[in-house]
Write a protein that binds this ligand. Structure first.
Ligand code: G16
Length: 543
């Protein structure tokens, strides 16, 4: 085996964001761009000699090419074995599962998640550690530092490997095992979820629609929902992963999954609707005539989790990201367990899960998961819902309404201002920060500000501190506005404004969301001077 040491110069823009390095495809196509970043990751794993690595991605444009490059660099860096999903595919939660099950030292996941794919779309590279979770801040900072100083990468020359045939080959001293991307994941689901109960549910005529959005979850959903549970053929739509996701934006929300959403609002809606994103870690849940917010979904899963065999012993605790509504906190309080509030980014749940402090966690950005892997898991959330529907025998919309009746409802919306000028975005956040101290007591519309701060997280497990994770404004009327800049965009800056208001009165639980939130939306715009600073009178996406 010949290892070539290729001289290189550093790129200045390889700083991982909320979830790995995400850029436009042409950025990744620059000579040495991928090689540098992968070498920088490997340089931060000094103990890699003789270990196992997992490689796979969501199948988007460049996926196969970058898998091949990664294999050749891995062989030159001393790994003994690489497990790669057939066709270069592994959903993000399945990659986490495979890393954990096979004792790998980590994994390289190729995805830009819910961002569009194709030659003009986005691509991404993320490193997950031995616990199966996204590398924590300390490691991503070390990777970034390494990308700034790197002077060479190491690679083994040779032909590309066949990624489509299951089985084992070698590159130099390294074994390459092409594995079934679904098998380990499906086996784990069988341990956690009541498969026989769901099979009976479908046999009794239950109908659902799952939109895989031409992304990686198609094969997983077909294998479990149709081939195992016996759901009608065609239950899973857009089931074949495509390099450009069929030209769609693989983000499971009412805007981008509007076909499913519209179907679920119609007269012939099936009993349950769900969708997942590009890499299979996000989910959308829709009951007939009723969209379930991710924040509510987390709370409802937490309240009923004991009905699934994997959670029959109860939950240790629940965590949510700070901008996620407080619905899950109310469930935690009723169960007498701890609730944690973390910064946005799944990596922040890792320590809490590893320490056994929490069992379930979730985010407003369509992410829900548990201690079964260290990523959010779209299909798992869908299977949990099916398990709960089978166990209770109640329609999904009834469960949601019963939950509101018991706990109250957190009306919720998120306004995204995409691709705004990065300088303007910074000015807006800095301006808000400078005014935090003077906001409490201020009356704005029919709301009164009671608290204003910049979220600072102290990890309860290792004491690490993460500053400036979003500006929170609390109002006396049980409303809240949060502002933060996205860490996953690839062009300009994206301002996210999260707006919520809690309502406990039984006769006020079915009001239009926009109406309930109107004054908080108004206050959010005025407090941050959004229109004047960004030049946008309306958000680009409202979910
Ligand atoms: C990633 C992270 C999530 C985060 C989301 C949005 O999800 O894993 O924790 O909530 O991005 O982050 P931001 O608001 O910074 O854009 P995914 O599905 O893109 O990997």
């Amino acid at each position: 085996m010949t290892v070539t040491h290729v001289p290189t110069t550093a790129f200045s823009d390889q700083k991982p964001g909320t979830s790995g390095l995400r850029k436009k495809v042409p950025v990744f196509q620059q000579p040495r761009y991928v090689e540098n970043f992968v070498q920088a990751i490997f340089d931060t794993i000094p103990e890699r000699e003789g270990t196992t690595l997992v490689v796979g991605g969501d199948g988007r444009y460049l996926n196969r090419q970058v898998v091949q490059t990664t294999l050749k660099i891995a062989a030159a860096n001393g790994f003994a074995r690489v497990l790669v999903g057939q066709g270069g595919l592994l959903s993000t939660p399945a990659a986490s599962c495979v890393i954990r099950k096979h004792g790998a030292i980590g994994g390289i996941i190729l995805s830009a998640s819910h961002n569009p794919g194709g030659p003009d779309g986005d691509f991404g590279i993320k490193f997950n550690t031995a616990n199966g979770g996204p590398a924590p801040e300390g490691i991503t900072a070390a990777i970034y530092a390494r990308t700034r100083t790197l002077t060479e990468y190491r690679i083994v020359d040779g032909p590309d490997r066949d990624l489509d045939a299951l089985g084992t080959t070698r590159i130099g001293d390294m074994t390459v095992e092409v594995i079934d991307p679904v098998a380990d994941y499906a086996a784990l689901m069988r341990d956690l979820i009541d498969f026989p109960a769901i099979t009976r549910l479908f046999a009794a005529g239950f109908r659902m629609r799952f939109d895989a959005m031409s992304a990686v979850t198609g094969p997983y959903a077909k294998a479990i929902l149709e081939d195992t549970f016996g759901a009608a053929p065609g239950t899973v739509i857009n089931a074949v992963p495509m390099e450009d996701f069929g030209g769609h934006h693989p983000d499971p929300n009412p805007v981008h999954a509007h076909e499913l959403y519209d179907l679920m609002q119609g007269a012939d809606a099936p009993d349950f609707g769900a969708a997942s994103d590009g890499d299979g870690d996000r989910n959308m849940i829709v009951a007939p005539g009723l969209f379930v917010t991710p924040s509510d979904s987390l709370a409802i899963l937490a309240a009923h989790a004991h009905r699934a065999p994997g959670y029959a012993a109860g939950l240790a605790g629940i965590a949510r990201s700070m901008p996620t509504s407080r619905a899950a906190d109310r469930v935690a309080a009723s169960l007498g367990i701890a609730a944690y509030e973390t910064p946005t980014g799944w990596k922040f749940f890792g320590n809490l899960l590893d320490a056994g402090l929490i069992t379930l966690c979730g985010e407003e950005s369509a992410g829900t998961g548990s201690n079964h892997v260290r990523e959010k898991d779209g299909l798992w959330a869908v299977l949990m819902w099916l398990n709960i529907l089978a166990a209770t025998g109640r329609p999904a919309q009834d469960l949601v309404r019963a939950h509101w009746a018991a706990f109250g409802r957190d009306y919720y919306t998120r306004h995204d201002y995409e691709e705004i000028d990065a300088e303007a975005a910074k000015r807006l956040m800095d301006g808000l920060r400078a005014r935090l101290a003077e906001l409490p007591g201020r009356r704005i519309g029919d709301l009164t500000v009671t608290s204003a701060d910049d979220f600072r997280y102290v990890d309860p497990v290792d004491g690490s501190v993460t500053e400036q994770q979003g500006i929170r404004i609390g109002f006396a009327e049980d409303a809240r506005v949060v502002y933060r800049l996205s860490g996953t965009g690839t062009a300009g800056a994206t301002l996210r404004v999260y707006i919520e208001r809690y309502e406990a009165a039984r006769d006020r639980l079915e009001r239009p969301v926009a109406e309930v939130l109107a004054s908080a939306v108004q206050a959010a715009g005025e407090l941050a001077d959004i229109a004047a600073i960004t030049g946008r009178s309306e958000p680009s996406v409202v979910t």
